[in-house]
Ligand binder design. Structure first.
Ligand code: GDP
Ligand code: K
Ligand code: MG
Length: 298
């Protein structure tokens, strides 16, 4: 866009777990703000990522993926959060994987077909597609499902076609004053972001089952001179999970701590001293009151 009209709006990132919503947000912001991993349900909370470029401010809303299991309180919380984000936004980015289409994509599609605002279908992970021509039937099929929507193939991980995507986003934002100061990156506190970075490392370190039973609380977050002191408590459901997280002679904990600390230093632009503990808190993921006290607000 070449004009200087001030534009601002909320842009929801929706799609089933693991399509790359958080990866896309991080790439667009040029900062690692949202945590990502190969595991579904890495993102549990809605997070705003704000990008201001000249007259255009896009306020991205990263959501937990909409998924099928509604059995536990934590899962219900995540589905509700993702669905709410579809209301009251100015633009929806509907993320899908190249070629693969699942029941969960279908569920999200049906919700997206009912929104009133403009939609862009973002077909992600095309870096994995050797022969781009094979994409065409899928792109056409998607166009038919959402006739008003633009369909854009991208690679969130490698930044392919994201300039074009951002251009399309800017053109679809409503005219108006900016909601946030130019240098604001997110609505979340540094404490929240620190807890999420620890949780990301735990998610990435562990096997299939346990990660969904882990949450992180920040007990101390204080700047002392040039050093940020952060104490984080990792909560698990069972004694066995605690042992797994600690690892042989504390090896896994050490790795989690080192990786989280490096990310924190980049994000906060400060030297970080990080202390980690693991504690068993039985039943936290299926107890609405426990969830509330841990910051999962319904
Ligand atoms: P979300 O659950 O939708 O937020 O998905 P994430 O952003 O956490 O990404 C899930 C997984 O897909 C991670 O392992 C990412 O590295 C990977 N991923 C995301 N975007 C791309 C992409 O464009 N290409 C490839 N090859 N992998 C991607
Ligand atoms: K994920
Ligand atoms: Mg995510």
């Amino acid at each position: 866009m070449t004009d200087s009209t001030s534009r601002c709006g909320y842009v929801a990132l929706v799609g089933r777990p693991n399509v790359g919503k958080s990866t896309l947000l991080n790439h667009i912001l040029g900062q690692k703000l949202a945590i990502t991993s190969r595991k579904p349900q890495t993102t549990r909370h809605t997070l705003l990522g704000i990008k201001t470029e000249g007259p255009v401010q896009a306020v991205y809303v990263d959501t937990p993926g909409i998924h099928k299991d509604n059995d536990k309180a934590l899962n219900r919380f995540m589905n509700r959060t993702a669905t709410q984000a579809l209301r009251d936004v100015d633009l929806v980015l509907f993320l899908v994987d190249r070629l693969r289409w699942t029941d969960e994509d279908q569920m999200v599609l049906e919700r997206v077909q009912n929104v009133r605002c403009p939609v862009i279908v973002v077909v992600n992970k095309v870096d994995r597609q050797e022969d781009k021509r094979e994409l065409l039937p899928h792109l056409e099929w998607l166009s038919k499902q959402l006739p008003e929507a633009e369909v854009v193939p991208v690679s969130a991980l490698h930044g392919q076609n994201l300039d074009h995507l951002e251009q399309l986003i800017a053109e679809r934002l409503p005219e108006g004053e900016h909601f946030y100061p130019e240098d604001q990156l997110t609505d979340r506190s540094s404490r929240f972001l620190a807890a999420e970075l620890v949780r990301e490392k735990v998610m990435r370190q562990l096997g299939a089952e346990i990660p969904y039973q882990v949450t992180v609380e920040i007990e101390q977050f204080s700047q002392e001179g040039p050093v940020l002191h952060i104490h984080a408590l990792i909560l698990v459901e069972r004694e066995g999970q605690k042992k797994i997280i600690i690892g042989d002679g504390g090896a896994r904990m050490k790795k989690i701590g080192q990786e989280a600390r490096l990310d924190m230093q980049k994000l906060f632009g400060s030297k970080v001293m990080l202390n980690l503990w693991v504690k068993v808190k039985r039943g936290w993921s299926d107890d609405e009151r426990a969830l509330h006290s841990l910051g999962y607000h319904f």
